[in-house]
Ligand binder design. Structure first.
Ligand SMILES: NC(=O)c1ccc[n+]([C@@H]2O[C@H](COP(=O)([O-])OP(=O)(O)OC[C@H]3O[C@@H](n4cnc5c(N)ncnc54)[C@H](O)[C@@H]3O)[C@@H](O)[C@H]2O)c1
Length: 272
């Protein structure tokens, strides 16, 4: 997918947001942070302490005039401090939050799916999925979301269909998507806050390329999708739309942002 948009419509003017998961310029969250600020939002950036030491997030913070707050998304204490500080820095309750976090210990340690180490699986679920529930529960208890706010998490279609190399991340994403539906009910009733997941095409990032055979898979999905793989830039545009007031009634959905991949059965292009 090559078409780019440079529309500055101030869709997020006056809005305050917290962006998790920008590690380097390839990160999907990096591009989303840039686009949110371009559209008028004020944001804070957050990542795990180890990522702050090793990543390039400081450069992004300087560029976007955004404060960086260390938080391990599996720690309630860190999340409480993050949302307290973010509200102080940004000057009020939060209009949007992006969860862009994923990591599989069994995949990283090359452990096969048929020989999973369960302590690692639990850690994977905690980092990649339960952290989303923890984020929402912390926001909910602190009453830190503005009415009609928007919460998003990034996911992948392996939650719904089998992609063998994705291993335990498939179940992590299934859990993540279910949390969006379940918490979406409570946040909707309490504050008119919407909660959705965006199911993105394979994307060349640190997390993405950790999956074995990623390059071949990337080009397979690109050929299978009538619009080609959705780019990081297009994903960022879509997330801006989901954070804007133009999507107020969309909630508890898993939204495919994948160039059409999820609806395809067969495309002759992959056979050629
Ligand atoms: N790359 C793809 O192909 C693809 C496709 C669909 C969905 N996604 C999803 O997009 C999201 C972002 O991934 P990405 O591809 O941009 O890769 P990335 O590696 O740039 O981002 C993953 C982020 O998770 C952060 N993280 C890990 N453990 C953490 C913790 N304990 N606390 C806080 N943050 C922690 C990392 O520091 C990193 O910034 C993930 O949820 C991923 O599963 C990626």
């Amino acid at each position: 997918m090559t078409a780019n948009t440079h529309l500055n419509m101030n869709l997020l003017e006056g809005k305050r947001g917290v962006i998790f998961g920008a590690l380097d310029e390839k990160s999907i969250a990096w591009k989303i942070a840039e686009k949110c600020v371009e559209q008028g939002a004020k944001i804070t950036l957050t990542n795990a302490p180890v990522a702050l030491r090793m990543g390039k997030i400081q450069a992004l913070g300087e560029k976007l005039n955004a404060e960086i707050i260390a938080a391990d998304a599996t720690s309630i204490e860190d999340l409480e401090a993050l949302f307290t500080q973010s509200q102080e820095i940004l000057g009020g309750k939060l209009d949007f939050v992006l969860h862009s976090i994923g990591m599989s210990i069994n995949v990283r340690k090359k452990r096969p799916y048929t020989d999973i180490k369960y302590e690692w699986m639990q850690k994977t679920f905690d980092i990649s999925a339960i952290s989303f529930h923890k984020t929402m529960q912390t926001l909910y208890k602190m009453d830190a979301m503005q009415d009609w706010g928007s919460i998003l998490a990034l996911t992948y279609i392996a939650s719904q269909r089998t992609f063998p190399d994705y291993s335990e991340m498939a179940e992590s994403k299934a859990l993540l998507e279910s949390f969006a539906r379940s918490f979406g009910y409570h946040f909707g009733k309490a504050k008119n806050v919407r909660v959705n997941t965006v199911s993105q095409s394979p994307t060349m990032t640190t997390a993405g390329s950790g999956v074995s055979g990623f390059d071949e898979f990337f080009s397979y999905a690109d050929k299978m999708s009538p619009l080609g793989n959705a780019s990081t830039e297009a994903c960022a545009d879509f997330c801006v739309a989901m954070f804007s007031d133009l999507t107020r009634a969309v909630t508890m959905q898993n939204l495919y942002h994948d160039g059409g991949f999820s609806s395809m059965g067969m495309n002759p292009d992959v056979l050629g």
